[in-house]
Design a protein around this ligand. Structure first.
Ligand code: TPP
Length: 568
């Protein structure tokens, strides 16, 4: 069948099972947009900024476990995707970005809207391609999707010159049957010796702790995680992206670790005699000072990416493999054990944490972000898919919205991309149309990508937007308060009237200023099938505790005082 390059591309996407793409047209990608008119099976969501498209593809991928697709024109269209690609790269999210490029003969001439996009995106993609003939497209698409989703997932970019989209070639079907990537090995099972050694360490440990990361969710190994923890009586602490890997209601799950994690988790890491790190990468936000990190523990690290082993933290046993396969190998050998004394010690730290919890002793009248999140949890039955932006509200979500199932909390952890939350929530809703999806955003980050309100309206995306409006770039204000002697430079914000803004976009809204309105706000949001914006006006000076100052020892946390104690 003789087809244009654009038609071949769309045929391949359909055969890949792609049903929705997020994008924005322009000259160099126009042949592909024109060809879309012949392929109504693919829904195109017109964003308002290409960054939004990349985050939507990312949110779609995180929520569905499938590859998300975004599309943009050459030059500025493509460079606008870069933040989204870097975000997906840092959090190991499989997306495919398709960009138009100037025609082959113009490449290298500084033609109108020419950018060396494969060059620009090289460090922020798992792989990228410049396609130089229409006949190559099927194999490139096949490779791109395979690379994006397999092993440690990541973003892949395909740059297609305009004349390649127009050129005709024989389309011989998809998949091509030619997929061969000799240099690309996807690890699967572990060496038997390593499993035996790991079991020996588990057998010997008196204070073992599992560090559960995003890898468990991506490899669908959460059931195996729970079995391992229950069999050997090992408490589990979660990374930010690991939230959902184990139900936070499970008695062995002690919640998040790291800079704003639970004090109990951080103390447990420092006191453990065995760390079992599963699908996590010892990011500096979870280790604190690497030199003093968990000084007395032996360490087992399981990850699908060999470059993660011994990268930040030296380990005793490094196992490279798919977590589901590796844990399945381990489970029959895991000793049945309990560690009552260790668990009791952790409980003591947890009780101390509860006594410092602001929810238990706050008597001010201004609404707290912590109260908003806690009530959103309560009134959404703890069962919503939440997608956060970056800042204090993100950490409050992690602390006050316990999750029970994988892929129900989506957030930009590695890159910490403000502007991610709202568009990623739109993408997540496309992935999970039957689930209640809430974007939880700060007033700062929301303004970075609020143009997507128009997208939400045009596509009638049933996404609930909760803005925690403190009139500040809150997390930066917090750093200024603690580390910069309260010089609040460039953090107070004059904001628009968010409800009027929603109205301008034709989106229903509500402003909440006191705690007793939160239940109504959730009911109001749920009563509307389509986008809804709720503005929660919260205390300007709220602090998120505990806090491990950047680079400090993990257990040297700044804590909120107990009732009756003095402020730190
Ligand atoms: C694109 C980008 N720019 C800057 C930052 C640095 N930063 C981290 S948190 C933060 C403040 C966020 O403020 P807001 O969105 O209002 O959320 P809040 O912390 O108040 O909940 C800033 C500026 C970032 N993470 N991302």
């Amino acid at each position: 069948m003789l087809l244009t390059g654009a038609e071949i591309l769309l045929e391949c996407l359909i055969k890949e099972g792609v049903e929705v793409v997020f994008g924005y047209p322009g000259g160099a990608i126009l042949p592909t947009y024109d060809a879309m008119t012949k392929y109504p099976q693919i829904r195109h969501v017109l964003v308002r900024h290409e960054q939004g498209a990349s985050h939507m593809a990312d949110g779609f991928a995180r929520a569905s476990g499938k590859v998300g697709v975004c599309i943009a024109t050459s030059g500025p269209g493509a460079t606008n995707l870069v933040t989204g690609l870097a975000t997906a790269m840092m959090d190991s999210v499989g997306i495919v970005a398709i960009t138009g490029q100037v025609a082959r003969g113009s490449i290298g001439t500084d033609a109108f809207q020419e950018t060396d996009v494969t060059g620009v995106t090289l460090p922020v993609t798992k792989h990228n391609y410049l396609v130089m003939s229409a006949a190559e497209i099927p194999l490139v698409v096949e490779e791109a999707f395979h690379i994006a989703r397999s092993g440690r997932p990541g973003p892949v970019l395909i740059d297609i010159p305009k004349d390649v989209q127009i050129e005709k070639a024989e389309f011989l079907g998809y998949p091509t049957g030619k997929l061969r990537l000799p240099g690309y090995k996807v690890p699967d099972s572990a060496e038997d010796n390593d499993i035996v050694e790991a079991i020996r360490l588990i057998q010997e440990a008196e204070r073992p702790l599992i560090l559960a990361g995003h890898g468990l969710i991506m490899s669908h190994a959460t059931q195996q995680l729970q079995e391992l923890a229950e069999l050997a009586g090992i408490p589990v602490t979660l990374t930010l992206l690991g939230k959902g890997a184990m139900s936070e209601h499970h008695p062995l799950c002690i919640g998040m670790m790291g800079m704003h994690g639970n004090a109990a988790s951080n103390h447990a890491i420092q006191e453990a005699d065995l760390l079992i790190a599963l699908g996590m990468r010892f990011d500096d936000r979870v280790t604190g000072n690497i030199k003093t990190y968990s000084p007395n523990s032996r360490k087992i690290h399981v990850d699908i990416d060999p470059s993660e082993i011994n990268k930040n933290v030296k380990v005793d046993i490094g196992i490279v493999g798919d977590l589901r396969t590796v844990l399945t190998q381990m489970l029959p050998l895991v000793p049945r054990k309990q560690h009552p004394e260790w668990v009791r010690r952790i409980r003591d730290w947890q009780e101390d944490g509860s006594e410092r919890d602001i929810l238990t002793h706050y008597d001010g009248t201004a609404l707290l972000g912590a109260q908003v999140i806690n009530d959103l949890w309560k009134f959404t039955d703890g069962n919503a898919v939440t997608v956060t932006d970056v800042g204090q509200h993100q950490m409050l979500e992690a602390q006050y919205y316990p999750h029970q199932r994988p892929a129900s909390m989506l957030t930009s952890g590695g890159l910490g991309t403000m502007g991610f939350g709202f568009p990623a929530a739109i993408g997540a809703k496309f992935a999970k149309p039957d689930e209640e999806v809430w974007a939880i955003v700060g007033d700062g980050g929301f303004q970075m990508t609020l143009a997507e309100l128009a997208t939400a309206r045009q596509e009638n995306v049933d996404v609930k937007i909760a803005i925690l409006n403190n009139g500040f770039l809150g997390m930066v204000r917090q750093w200024q308060e603690i580390f910069y002697e309260q010089r609040y430079h460039a953090t107070p914000m004059v904001n628009p009237d968010f409800c009027k803004l929603a109205e301008a976009y034709g989106i229903p809204s509500m402003r909440v200023t006191s705690r007793d309105q939160i239940k109504d706000s959730v009911e109001f949001a749920r009563s509307i099938k389509g986008p809804v914006l709720i503005e929660y006006v919260i205390l300007k000076e709220e602090m998120v505790y505990p806090m491990v100052p950047a680079g400090a020892d993990l257990d040297k946390m700044i804590r909120r005082p107990k009732l009756g104690e003095k402020q730190p």
